[in-house]
Ligand binder design. Structure first.
Ligand SMILES: Cc1cc2nc3c(=O)[nH]c(=O)nc-3n(C[C@H](O)[C@H](O)[C@H](O)COP(=O)(O)O)c2cc1C
Length: 265
């Protein structure tokens, strides 16, 4: 068979395709556990980062050892029971997929539009929360998953609270598709640095925390609840206010935080 023949060209091309597809498949399958591990590590890093618990020289794995993952029944404002965990089939909480649960009937809660201020349509009945303990085993910080719609995308992140369950320890988004330089400034460390120390709840227990268009006036008493809105990104800013208010309110973690404030953890 001559090298220029049509049949030889087809045989060589087919063999090449076969060899390449085998290499790609083997690589995809064998790298899957590493990908899973890296995904988990990335999530742990985001949780620690939101709470300001990442420090140079300490690995994410070591820092996360002080974090306890718990599942919360959000609607009832309490930790999930063993039987609820068994019903969900959750044996390893680090693998609980809240995003999938939010779309799965039976374990999600549909949100009517008057309640759905974060524009998420439905939320998971159960949420994984993260308790960071001090050296005596007491609660130091709690880190809660939050998400909601901005202008172009759903922003996914975490808000961390100090052990008074009212003072913000930090906030960070790990996934969104807002415009870099506009809504994407939610990732700017200078903007994020404004969150620690802010208060979530007013004296009447309503959620005061919000972004303030035009900038926060530090001389005003309400400044303690306010963070500067993002310049030129009013819509993303409104989305961030809405999602924070939703998740801190009684349709989010409000009830749970109120309960554990009384009972302790
Ligand atoms: C290409 C493009 C991308 C934009 N991206 C965002 C964005 O990510 N977030 C946002 O709030 N506004 C974004 N805007 C601006 C909004 O359309 C709107 O003008 C803005 O939110 C108004 O904010 P301001 O009142 O602070 O000026 C974008 C506009 C353009 C043209």
């Amino acid at each position: 068979m001559s090298n220029d023949s049509v049949s030889k060209t087809i045989i060589v091309a087919t063999l090449l395709c076969l060899v390449c597809s085998v290499i790609v498949s083997v690589a995809a399958v064998s790298l899957k556990p590493i990908q899973k591990q890296n995904k988990l590590l990335d999530k742990q890093k985001n949780i620690l980062a939101a709470a300001g618990l990442l420090s140079p020289g300490v690995s994410v794995k070591d820092a996360f050892e002080k974090v306890e993952v718990k599942l919360v029944n959000v609607s009832e404002g309490r930790f999930a029971t063993e039987s609820e965990l068994a019903d969900l089939g959750v044996t390893d909480l680090s693998l609980y997929n809240q995003r999938r649960a939010a779309k799965t009937s039976g374990i999600n809660v549909k949100l009517p539009s008057d309640i759905d201020t974060a524009s998420i349509h439905s939320r998971a009945k159960y949420a994984a929360v993260y308790l960071y303990r001090d050296s005596n085993g007491g609660l130091d910080k709690i880190i809660l998953p939050i998400h909601g719609y901005g202008l172009w995308s759903t922003l996914y992140g975490f808000i961390a609270l100090e052990n008074d369950l009212n003072t913000v320890a930090g906030l960070g988004f790990y996934e969104h598709a807002e415009t870099p330089g506009l809504g994407g400034e939610v990732d700017n460390p200078r903007w994020k640095a404004q969150w620690p120390g802010k208060q979530v709840y007013k004296e009447d227990n309503s959620v005061g925390l919000r972004l303030k268009k035009g900038g926060v006036d530090a001389s005003k008493p309400q400044a303690i609840y306010q963070v500067d809105a993002l310049a030129g990104a009013s819509l993303t800013s409104r989305g961030v206010t809405n999602l924070v208010q939703f998740w801190m309110g009684n349709d989010g973690f409000g009830l749970f935080l109120n309960n554990i404030r009384g009972e302790g953890v």
